[in-house]
Design a protein around this ligand. Structure first.
Ligand SMILES: [Zn+2]
Length: 196
């Protein structure tokens, strides 16, 4: 009987691993950096592009739909080509595979979250002030995914959520196509500013 109970317990534990994200476990209090050291409050990117960003390491992969020269001036001419590249955040963070078509203002991406699948507020606190933390990763509730999109014109961050099939951030629209049985995401990003 004991063996059957252990077997059932093991099955329950396995089932629990697959479903909803776990509740965040209450642990030591999160200590944020002051706003003078905050990644977002001190950020000055000033480019009308978005980047894929890790909420654990704040490493970022810029998607270059609008091209800028070394002096920071917008290049207003055709690129004439499509660019493919990939990068990884940190040692085991998200992988992103990118195909950029700047002349059409669109980019397709495949993101494999790696260790950035879930956000860790303790790690984020090394980069965010208390106000920015409250905006992006408020305390309590279900854990949030650990990667999102940053608008490099304003510093606004929107986290990916599996229930969202698309959202706007700044002048861009992000369409999301989630892997059914896994954590990966295929996304399309369109440059889509207000017309009038
Ligand atoms: Zn801040």
């Amino acid at each position: 009987m004991k063996k059957v109970c252990l077997f059932l317990l093991a099955l329950c534990l396995l089932a629990g691993c697959r479903g909803e994200p776990p509740e965040e476990t209450p642990a030591e209090p999160v200590v944020c950096v002051p706003s003078e050291e905050c990644f977002l409050c001190t950020g000055t990117w000033e480019r009308n592009n978005v980047g894929i960003i890790s909420l654990n390491t704040f490493e970022m992969a810029e998607v270059e739909v609008n091209r800028y020269d070394a002096a920071g001036e917008l290049i207003e001419e055709r690129a004439g080509n499509i660019t493919m590249w990939w990068t990884q955040s940190g040692e085991d963070g998200f992988h992103v595979f990118v195909t950029e078509d700047p002349d059409r203002g669109r980019t397709s991406l495949t993101i494999e979250p790696g260790s950035d699948q879930w956000a860790d507020r303790h790690k984020a606190a090394e980069f965010l002030c208390a106000d920015c933390m409250e905006n992006i990763l408020p305390e309590g509730g279900k854990r949030k995914l650990g990667f999102g999109v940053i608008d490099l014109a304003t510093g606004e961050i929107k986290l990916f959520e599996r229930r969202l099939l698309g959202f706007s951030v700044g002048d861009f629209y992000v369409h999301c196509d989630w892997e059914e049985q896994g954590p990966d995401l295929r996304a399309l990003i369109f440059y889509s500013p207000l017309r009038y």
